[in-house]
Design a protein around this ligand. Structure first.
Ligand SMILES: *[C@@H]1O[C@H](CO)[C@@H](O)[C@H](O)[C@H]1NC(C)=O
Ligand SMILES: *[C@@H]1O[C@H](CO)[C@@H](O)[C@H](O)[C@H]1NC(C)=O
Ligand SMILES: *[C@@H]1O[C@H](CO)[C@@H](O)[C@H](O)[C@H]1NC(C)=O
Ligand SMILES: *[C@@H]1O[C@H](CO)[C@@H](O)[C@H](O)[C@H]1NC(C)=O
Ligand SMILES: *[C@@H]1O[C@H](CO)[C@@H](O)[C@H](O)[C@H]1NC(C)=O
Ligand SMILES: *[C@@H]1O[C@H](CO)[C@@H](O)[C@H](O)[C@H]1NC(C)=O
Ligand SMILES: *[C@@H]1O[C@H](CO)[C@@H](O)[C@H](O)[C@H]1NC(C)=O
Ligand SMILES: *[C@@H]1O[C@H](CO)[C@@H](O)[C@H](O)[C@H]1NC(C)=O
Length: 262
């Protein structure tokens, strides 16, 4: 090794050593493992262990909170994270409003899609869509596969219609009377073949729905990792950073690209 590169390596170790970077080891919450592009934030979490200076463990849009009882949510919203599949850039989420308790079907008068509109996630088309009609006050249409979904706990009747694959832009166009129309995604694998038989909507809502994020849209973490680096987010440049074993941050991987001339 050149004297200059040895000196640079030593300097970068001194200036960019442990103290300068947060510890971004994968962090457990409940049964989940939180790692890039996700990162733990929120009131229950010591911020300095997820970020330091300009460097953060994950992308700003992927902040999750971990509650005392090990429940992961998208930055404290009602969207709960049940499973994360890093290799397929997808996660299974549920909406607390309808997943909690056993009367979720009585609270279906909203669209989950409006909760995730600002996030980097897309509701997968592999979900099934179920339409709900609330507040009909007797105006519910008849005779086209609309089922009475009212459960014992509901103050007002609720009606359900099983749509095809979930498409945010093209919700099933069914007659709606003067009812409040909403449509919810449920896991394709959990959806019933029809609503003729009694359907446990609470169980469906607890099982959640699939969200996807753009693969490599937030940096190619797998490539960085495969080159021996760890994935980070640089807030200054709002971009992906690969932290290499020499303590240097590089833009994509630890192979080939040098931060400083040697
Ligand atoms: C947060 O972590 C830092 C370093 O790990 C520690 O010095 C500090 O006391 C912690 N703060 C709280 C509120 O736990
Ligand atoms: C990075 O930016 C996000 C939001 O833009 C913020 O929540 C986070 O605390 C920042 N992290 C650092 C290390 O500055
Ligand atoms: C849900 O979304 C559909 C389609 O965008 C819209 O027609 C309907 O009014 C929305 N329902 C509510 C309760 O916002
Ligand atoms: C429900 O329908 C009844 C009878 O048609 C009407 O008197 C009442 O005002 C309606 N209530 C609402 C909230 O629209
Ligand atoms: C729907 O089912 C509920 C509960 O079984 C019942 O009280 C209500 O009358 C039904 N409504 C219609 C329009 O069938
Ligand atoms: C509805 O699905 C059930 C199985 O979930 C099946 O046994 C039944 O035959 C189906 N009914 C209709 C009308 O397709
Ligand atoms: C519906 O499913 C939930 C959750 O799996 C369960 O707790 C509940 O007992 C079921 N309800 C009925 C009527 O089977
Ligand atoms: C990358 O690899 C290191 C071990 O070399 C590991 O500790 C780290 O958790 C991996 N994942 C990410 C997202 O950096």
């Amino acid at each position: 090794m050149h004297h200059t590169s040895l000196l640079l390596a030593l300097l970068s170790f001194l200036f960019l050593g442990d103290a300068a970077f947060p510890d971004c080891e994968p962090k457990p919450c409940g049964e989940l493992t939180v790692e890039y592009p996700f990162w733990l934030g929120g009131p229950n979490h010591n911020q300095s262990s997820s970020s330091s200076g300009r460097i953060s463990c994950g992308h700003p849009a992927f902040e999750v909170w971990c509650s005392d009882d090990g429940v992961v949510s998208l930055s404290g919203t009602q969207i709960l994270v049940l499973r994360i599949d890093y290799s397929s850039s997808s996660l299974v989420a549920s909406h607390k409003r309808i997943a909690d308790g056993n009367d979720g079907v009585c609270k279906t008068d909203f669209n989950i899609s409006s909760s995730v509109v600002l996030s980097p996630f897309k509701i997968s088309r592999s979900n099934r869509a179920i339409c709900f009609l609330n507040n009909c006050n007797g105006t519910e249409p008849r005779g086209f596969g609309l089922f009475n979904a009212t459960s014992g706990g509901c103050a007002k009747p609720v009606f359900a219609y099983l749509g095809g694959s979930y498409d945010r832009e093209n919700p099933p166009r069914i007659p709606t009377g003067s009812c409040t129309y909403s449509y919810q995604p449920v896991l394709g694998s959990a959806a019933p073949a029809n609503l003729t038989a009694p359907t446990n909507y609470s169980r469906l809502f607890k099982e959640g729905f699939l969200l996807e994020w753009q693969r490599n849209g937030f940096g190619d973490c797998a490539a960085c990792n495969a080159s021996g680096g760890q994935c980070r987010h640089n807030n200054d440049t709002a971009s992906f950073a690969c932290l290499c074993s020499d303590g240097e941050l590089r833009r994509s991987t630890c192979a080939g690209e040098y931060h400083l001339p040697s």
